[in-house]
Write a protein that binds this ligand. Structure first.
Ligand SMILES: [Zn+2]
Length: 180
């Protein structure tokens, strides 16, 4: 079988036997090992994040690492292998903003390109949350700051962020409306 493209970067060799792979689709994500014959797949990586809103303002963190160094970011990150999204979202908020949170609901799930030499697609589960305390900077974050809904900065990290923040405010209004 002839390959229609090159294997995705980082996947040129079989993870079982080390043999060379060939791509079976145009994006190089469906692979076939030419030595052991196994089919191999490149999948998205799961992440979880929390849009934390207090008094009509959303918490954003200034990134101090690549990609998007210096951009404002929603607290979140990659899930551990044995971790469900809710637990990962709570852990990341604590690691990145030293903040305990209460999850309020699921905003949605998005796909994004993660820029870098190894092309990655991240699948992000986004929650609405309320803060239980005051945020402080963590290891991978500089400034932490609350922004009003009409003051969201232009330089937001990751393509999905602006729409997810918009949907978070909409979800919060629905939740407030149903309880109040
Ligand atoms: Zn193989």
């Amino acid at each position: 079988m002839s390959s229609s493209s090159a294997p995705r970067f980082g996947h040129q060799f079989c993870r079982f036997c080390g043999g060379p792979t060939e791509a079976l689709n145009s994006t190089g994500t469906h692979l076939h090992c030419t030595d052991c014959g196994r089919d191999l797949y490149v999948n998205s990586k799961p992440c979880a994040e929390t849009v934390i809103i207090r008094d009509g303002r959303v918490l954003l963190l200034r990134r101090t690492i690549e990609p998007y160094n210096g951009y404002w970011d929603i607290p979140g990150g990659y899930l551990e292998e044995d971790e469900l999204p809710e637990a990962g979202a709570i852990r990341e908020a604590y690691e990145e903003a030293n903040l305990d949170i209460e999850l309020k609901g699921l905003i949605g799930i998005t796909l994004d390109d993660y820029p870098g030499q190894e092309k990655l697609t991240v699948l992000t589960v986004s929650y609405l949350a309320a803060p239980l305390g005051e945020p402080r900077s963590g290891d991978e974050t500089g400034e932490v700051r609350y922004f009003a809904e009409d003051e969201i900065p232009e330089n937001l990290a990751f393509g999905h962020a602006r729409e997810t923040i918009r949907e978070a405010f909409a979800l919060l209004r629905r939740l407030d409306g149903s309880t109040g």
